[in-house]
Write a protein that binds this ligand. Structure first.
Ligand code: NAP
Ligand code: MG
Length: 403
């Protein structure tokens, strides 16, 4: 078979620890033999981020905005322990945070579903994708403990000095707590557009819930923005695609999600997304089977696995011990990027190949060959547990048999 030729590069962001090891195995076994892979390579490994004063992260985000499609390996977010481990000049910020801020994007997380790894919610048959609005609300709050009696007020000062104030609460001698939160119209609008675009991209219904009956200005603003943008910019496109935008109260959404068979994109306010993404991902069985894509309002896509660098396995690997680390989410990050690149550049063979690789990955697991993490939760009888490389090689065998 001739190798598939690409036109525009994919921005490739390499990363850290065990996922960096998997990254190379995936390229060597599953991509390079089949594709004349064209990437613009950025090494986001912590060592190189430190050497470049983190410029490489910003450069990779700029390249993503330029080329439109990126694939990212998991990276270390430095903490105190990493400062000494890597002898860092500074405690560099999370690359994901930097890239997300530069692209003004929204992260969509979905589980990869295979037979034999059953969701804990028995009626969930299709993936539920969660989109979290990662700006504001309690994550950028200002709060106070009130120790005694007094009045707490909301005060807004306009540029001309005009003040508008409103009573929050008059405390008695026992005091209490008070919190100020905000969000910005521009950020909510960008979030809404990312969600509408992604729903169209995936041809899946979009659900959004807030508490507008109780929060008649704050949450209502979210509702109004979503409805307004939908009516003006997306209604026709949604109708043409045969998908639906559905708004209801957040508690009603939660109840409906539990009873549903899945298959929708669920847009969440910041806190709801924080909580619900952990619930949904654990209910689908495994963090190693969650994919993640950052979508910007202008339609730029960055694909990655939802999990981290799997540090514990990496230390075993360094000791020369055998590892059985699950590469599925990282493989699907690559297939997501290849499909999108194929679609944007009009190279159907590239998108087809990506779909075949996804199918080969799923078929391999469903045939009973899997990594240790999956073998512990599978309902299949006597699975074969493979090490990190042999699992990838088994996928290659399945893939080649089907080409
Ligand atoms: P982690 O890498 O997600 O791993 C936590 C544990 O989950 C692992 O020890 C392993 O459990 C299991 N696991 C996760 N992915 C797996 C896989 N692919 N195959 C098999 N098991 C898997 O989280 P962490 O250890 O808390 O974080 C490590 C580093 O990753 C940190 O430096 C953090 O900053 C970074 N991180 C990066 C990203 C990102 O780049 N998007 C996201 C999260 C964390 P067992 O040990 O029980 O086998
Ligand atoms: Mg959380």
């Amino acid at each position: 078979m001739d190798k598939i030729i690409m036109k525009t590069p994919i921005v490739e962001m390499d990363g850290d620890e065990m996922t960096r090891i998997l990254w190379k195995m995936i390229k060597d076994e599953l991509l390079l033999p089949f594709i004349e892979l064209k990437t613009e390579y950025y090494d986001l490994g912590l060592k190189h981020r430190n050497e470049t004063d983190d410029k490489v992260t910003r450069d990779s985000a700029e390249a993503t905005a330029k080329y439109g499609v990126a694939v990212k390996c998991a990276t270390i977010t430095p903490n105190a322990a990493r400062m000494s481990e890597y002898n860092l000049k500074e405690m560099w910020k999370s690359p994901n945070g930097t890239i997300r801020a530069m692209l003004n994007g929204t992260v969509f997380r979905s589980p990869i579903i295979v037979k034999g790894i059953e969701p804990y919610v028995k009626n969930w048959k299709k993936p539920i994708t969660i989109a979290r609005h990662a700006y504001g609300d309690i994550y950028l709050n200002s709060e106070m403990r009130i120790e005694g009696p007094g009045k707490a007020e909301l005060v807004f000062t306009a540029p001309d000095g005009t003040k508008t104030s409103q009573l929050i609460h008059e405390f008695d001698e026992n005091g209490g707590v008070v919190q100020g939160v905000h969000n910005c119209t521009g950020s909510i609008e960008a979030f809404a557009r990312c969600c509408f675009n992604y729903a169209l991209d995936r041809r899946q219904d979009l659900w959004f819930g807030a508490k507008d009956t109780i929060s008649k200005k704050y949450d209502h603003h979210f509702k109004d923005i979503f409805n307004g943008i939908y009516e003006k910019e997306y209604k026709d496109k949604f109708e043409a695609a045969g998908i639906e935008f559905f708004y209801t109260l957040i508690d009603d959404i939660v109840a409906r999600i539990m009873r549903s068979e899945g298959g929708m994109i669920w847009a969440c306010k910041n806190y709801d997304g924080d909580v619900m993404s952990d619930m949904v991902s654990s209910a689908f069985g495994s963090l190693a089977m969650m994919t993640s894509v950052l979508v910007s309002p202008s339609g730029v896509y960055e694909y990655e696995a939802a999990h981290g660098t799997v540090q514990r396995h990496y230390y075993q690997y360094l000791e020369g011990k055998e590892t059985s680390t699950n590469s599925v989410a990282t493989i699907f990050a690559w297939t997501g990027a290849l499909k999108k690149r194929g679609e944007l550049d009009g190279i159907p063979e590239l998108s087809d190949f990506a779909s075949k690789l996804e199918k080969a990955t799923i078929d391999t697991i469903e045939s009973g060959k899997m990594t240790k993490d999956l073998s512990l939760i599978t309902t299949l009888d006597s699975p074969t547990v493979l090490n990190s490389l042999d699992f990838i090689k088994a996928i290659r065998e399945t893939l080649e048999a089907g080409l």
